[in-house]
Design a protein around this ligand. Sequence first.
Ligand SMILES: Nc1ncnc2c1ncn2[C@@H]1O[C@H](COP(=O)(O)OP(=O)(O)O)[C@@H](O)[C@H]1O
Ligand SMILES: [Mg+2]
Length: 603
Amino acid sequence: MPPAETSIASDERRSGLRTLRRMGPYLWPSKHLWVKQRVVLAIAVLVLAKLIAVYTPMLYKGAVDSLAAEGVPPLALGAVGLTIAYGMARIFTTGFQQLRDVIFAPVGQRALRHLALETFTHIHRLSMRYHITRKTGGLSRIIERGVKGVEFLLRFMLFSIGPLVLELTLVAIVLTVLFDAWYLAAVVVTIGLYVWFTFAITEWRVKLRREMNKQDTDANQKAIDSLLNYETVKYFGAEKREAERYDGAMRAYAQAALKTAYSLAFLNFGQSLFITAGLVSVMVMAAMGVQNGELTVGDFVMVNAYMIQITVPLNFLGTVYREIRQSLVDMGEMFDLLEQPADVSDASDAKSLKVTGGEIRLKDVRFGYDSDREILKGVDLVAGAGQTVAIVGSTGSGKSTIGRLLFRFYDVTGGALTIDGQDVRQVTQESLHAAIGVVPQDTVLFNDTIRYNIAYGKAGADQAAVEQAARDAQIHDFITSLPEGYDTQVGERGLKLSGGEKQRVGIARTLLKNPPILLLDEATSALDTDTEQEIKDALERAAQGRTVLTIAHRLSTVAEADTIVVLEQGEVVEQGSHDELLAREGRYAHLWHRQQADDQAVA
Ligand SMILES: Nc1ncnc2c1ncn2[C@@H]1O[C@H](COP(=O)(O)OP(=O)(O)O)[C@@H](O)[C@H]1O
Ligand SMILES: [Mg+2]
């Protein structure tokens, strides 16, 4: 076996153990008595159901014996009475089985809910680094599949495999006690061979199925890609080529599907062969016993009933085995996610950030997303309380990175970043995030109403507060001009609003939050010059009484800042007021003149 296969197999075994370890506390929580009571009760009812199930064939035997006038009936009921008792026993078995499900259902649902919540909360806690490299759709599928896997495993481990093992054990005991060890041996060999065969063939079929799914996806992708490129196909007269390519993919799928179907036939036939061989050998033993006069006709019938009874659940074993394997893989992915450590976490002695004026200070800050490429190479920067500091510089120079470090999406690798003298790594993320309002270049909205999106800025904000924020962001009049006003749906990611409207909703949301520190990251870059001018007023009003860090591309929007910092390739190359920097005739002056010339050329 190649090494990769071995490691996957051992991973799965480990994830199986890990699953049990992780699920345990949910099924047996130390604090919730009712959960434990239900688990115990469900198991008790389960055992009861199985005891009755194993007793049932004895009633059947009694009825047969009393008809054949042989043996001693188990109850003094007569053939009709025993037949009715047999029917009652069957009803009780089913009844208790259902009762067990009813008793256990709340425990299972509770475990699922807690696990899903734990995963969801954890994903929000994970670092930006993780989220950037993972697709959100993929994450939610991992939760969904993982939770489904847990549900399946709970149902089948506890209520399919567990009872099956219990029943087999009981039947084995009955056969040994009532007959002799040969019967036990026959049953054990039959089941052993059956289980071995089922697992081995299922293992092989899992591979076939995977191949089939792969071919299916492949054929699908080829078809979709070709249809999407409808025009290109026509331009190059490639219809025939496309059809051949599609047919090729479909042929591979058909072959894989056939193999899967054949293997199922083989599995079913093989299972039937083992079961029948076992059944017949046990019945031959019983028939010989009856001929010798050691056993009654009732015994012969009872042996048959037991064998049939234990083979019914065995029939599902292949499916159950396959599903359990899949569940373990799915749950493994979910638990991997849960065990993914958060890059950025609160220090154990983290305090709440106390903002007195909102002074931001960067001291020799060094940082790189990857260790082999430093993005910030020792940045020093001070934004005094209530000041507006602009960071300018070409794309990729590290401007947004400074904002991310301030918000502590990442931790600096050297130097320090402080707010009113407190290192951001020493305060709780919750208090840090509460103190900083961010307006990004592209505000993304929730697919809900405008009211919901503005009110998101502050939990429990009322209509008056929402409207005030909208007025300050100069969007109130626009909103009331819409037919549905504040109840207008903004569409997915806010696509039904124009860029400028969306930005103003974003500003209103941040104003409602009312943070002492404001971070504007190219807040107006995506807008045309007229819209930019309108929003500038809203932003200037927002800046009053706050410390503002504004990142900008177009220098005309930051000329009034108290300090302008020019960042190039992760280093501060110049800083000062607009006039000072112009007088220096350095990098800033150069950029400024070029942009002025561009603007005039456009005008
Ligand atoms: N998540 C990331 N992983 C690796 N490199 C990144 C990541 N984000 C940004 N970078 C790199 O860091 C540099 C600075 O990025 P950024 O601060 O966004 O620049 P800007 O000044 O344009 O805002 C860029 O070269 C960019 O490629
Ligand atoms: Mg940027």
